[in-house]
Design a protein around this ligand. Structure first.
Ligand code: NAD
Length: 328
C-alpha cells in the first residue's frame, strides 16, 4: 500500500473506531460486535506499524475508553486505569510469554490466569476500612463519580474486615439471569431492550438516580489493587488473597501457573466451559504474578506490559488451542 492510501485509510479507520467508542463507552449502545470492533483496531495497528510516522499521538490505539459523562463529578485516578493488550491466538500468547521472559532477563515467571468478566471497570476507594468513593474508568485518567450507585451493590463492602486504606479495581457486571429478567420486564413495559449484560450494567451504573442501580441486581468481582497503605504484598496472587480476606468478592476461578503451556491449557478449558457460567466473560486475563517483575516490565501508553487479555472468538466460531478443537 502506498503512503497516500495508508494515510486515507488511517483517517477513515480512526473516525470509525472513535464513533464506535462513543457508542460503546459513552452511550452504552454498540452497533457492531466486539470481534468486528477488535478487527478495526487491529487493521489500524497494522497500518500504524507499517507507517509509524502516520500514527497520531491521540490515535485510538493509544487511548483508553471514552470521555466521562459531563453530568457526573469527575474523579482523577491517582494511578491510571489502563486497558489490556490483546491476544487472539496461541501464538499471540507465546509471543507475550517470550517478551515477558526476555524483559526480566529469563528469570522464572509465574502467571495468574483469570476470567475476563464482561462488565464495566470500577475503582473503589476505602479510608481506614470505610468505602468513600467509587468511580468508572472513564478515559483512564479521569472517571465519573458513581459512589451512590456503587453503594447499592451488595457485594461491595461498605466496611472492610480491617481498617485498611486502599484503592481497588474490579468489574461491575450483571449476571445472565438478572439481564434476562430486566429485558423481560422492559419488554412488558414496551421499553427499549439492552443489547447485552455489559451494556445494561454500564447503563445502570451511569444513572443519576441510585434507585435505578439498586433495582438492577448488579454484582462485582475485584481483580486488582491500585494503591495500598499499611500492608505489604509481594505478588498479584497474594494481593487477591488479601482482597478476599478484606471482604471483597474475588473470582474463585483464578489459578497460578509456572509455564505458558499450562496457561494455554487453562484458557482452552474455559473456552469450552464458558457457556456454563452464570455471568458473561469475553476472554481470559493473564498476569505476571510477581510485583517486582511487573514493575520491571512497566507500561505502554495504553496497557501494562505484564498482562494480556486473550479474547474469545465470536460464539459460533471454532477455535483450536493446545491442539484441542473447541466449539464456542
Ligand atoms: P479490554 O476489554 O480489552 O480489557 C481491559 C478491561 O478488562 C479492564 O478495564 C477491565 O474492565 C476488564 N477486566 C475484566 N476482567 C478482568 C480481570 N480479571 N483482570 C483485569 N481486567 C479485567 O479493554 P477495554 O479498553 O476495556 O475495551 C476494549 C474492548 O471493548 C474491545 O476489545 C472490544 O471488545 C470492546 N469494545 C467494543 C466496542 C463495540 O462497538 N462493540 C467498542 C469499544 C470497545
Amino acid at each position: 500500500m502506498d503512503r497516500l492510501t495508508a494515510e486515507t485509510k488511517i483517517a477513515e479507520l480512526t473516525k470509525r473506531i472513535e464513533r464506535h467508542n462513543r457508542l460503546y463507552y459513552e452511550e452504552d449502545r454498540p452497533e457492531i460486535s466486539d470481534q468486528e470492533y477488535d478487527q478495526l483496531v487491529r487493521d489500524l495497528q497494522e497500518l500504524e506499524a507499517k507507517f509509524p510516522d502516520l500514527a497520531k499521538e491521540d490515535s485510538p490505539t493509544r487511548r483508553v475508553g471514552g470521555q466521562p459523562l459531563p453530568f457526573f463529578e469527575k474523579v482523577v485516578h491517582k494511578t491510571p486505569m489502563l486497558s489490556l493488550g490483546n491476544a487472539f491466538s496461541e501464538e499471540d500468547l507465546r509471543d507475550f510469554d517470550r517478551r515477558v521472559r526476555q524483559a526480566v532477563g529469563n528469570q522464572t515467571v509465574r502467571y495468574v490466569g483469570e476470567l475476563k468478566i464482561d462488565g464495566l471497570a470500577v475503582s473503589l476507594r476505602y479510608d481506614n476500612g470505610v468505602f468513600v468513593q467509587g468511580a468508572t474508568r472513564g478515559d483512564g485518567t479521569t472517571g465519573e463519580d458513581i459512589t451512590q450507585n456503587l453503594r447499592t451493590i451488595r457485594s461491595i463492602p461498605l466496611r472492610l474486615t480491617r481498617p485498611v486504606s486502599l484503592e481497588v479495581r474490579g468489574e461491575a457486571y450483571m449476571s445472565k439471569g438478572a439481564f434476562e429478567r430486566l429485558n423481560k420486564e422492559r419488554e412488558e413495559k414496551g421499553e427499549a431492550l439492552f443489547a447485552n449484560p455489559r451494556n445494561s450494567a454500564a447503563g445502570s451504573l451511569r444513572q443519576l438516580d441510585p434507585k435505578i442501580a439498586a433495582s438492577r441486581q448488579l454484582d462485582t468481582f475485584i481483580y486488582g489493587i491500585g494503591e495500598l497503605q499499611g500492608e505489604t504484598v509481594e505478588s498479584h496472587s497474594e494481593g487477591l488473597a488479601l482482597l478476599e480476606e478484606l471482604g471483597f468478592a474475588v473470582n474463585p476461578e483464578r489459578r497460578v501457573f509456572d509455564n505458558i503451556d499450562d496457561v494455554i491449557a487453562f484458557i482452552a478449558s474455559w473456552t469450552e466451559k464458558r457457556p456454563s457460567l452464570p455471568y458473561e466473560i469475553d476472554g481470559m486475563v493473564i498476569k505476571v504474578d510477581s510485583y517486582a517483575q511487573q514493575e520491571e516490565l512497566g507500561f505502554t501508553a495504553k496497557s501494562p506490559r505484564w498482562a494480556i487479555a486473550y479474547k474469545f472468538p465470536a460464539e459460533e466460531a471454532v477455535t483450536v488451542l493446545e491442539g484441542i478443537e473447541v466449539s464456542v
